[in-house]
Ligand binder design. Structure first.
Ligand SMILES: [Zn+2]
Length: 130
């Protein structure tokens, strides 16, 4: 399956974000969150951009440049909060129905053409639904 959409950027809104899960990572404080797109859209609205969400993620970090408890340091450590899926052409984790065609047992007669494949629900250990 081809992916003609351009990779998401900081300007991409939740409405346009092509994947199910948005991942947030910090290289400094090692905070991490995998949040479902639907959860973020319900909370912040479909027009919230990835850049805004990343800056909110950074805002929760001790190393955030906006943390009032820290004195601003021009060359000090800064939060490395980011979204690893921005500017990447490929999806972070394809759902099973999108991984392309695979050979399966049985024939066409066994298939129900109007029925979508059952979605396999997977949860990671420590997965936080914010
Ligand atoms: Zn951080």
């Amino acid at each position: 399956m081809s992916n003609p959409a351009p990779p998401p950027t900081a300007e991409t809104s939740l409405r346009e974000y092509p994947y199910v899960v948005i991942r947030f990572r910090c290289t400094v404080c090692e905070r991490a969150a995998d949040v479902r797109l639907a959860v973020l859209a319900a909370r912040f609205g479909p027009n919230a951009t990835l850049g805004r969400l990343v800056s909110m993620f950074v805002g929760g970090c001790w190393w955030s440049p906006h943390n009032p408890a820290r004195k601003p340091q021009k060359y000090g450590m800064k939060c490395g909060g980011h979204c690893p899926d921005l500017f990447r052409p490929g999806p972070p984790d394809l759902p099973p129905s999108m991984t392309g065609l695979t050979l399966i047992e049985g024939g066409k007669g066994d298939m129900l053409p109007a029925e979508p494949k059952p979605v396999e629900r997977r949860r990671r250990v420590g997965d936080a639904d914010v």
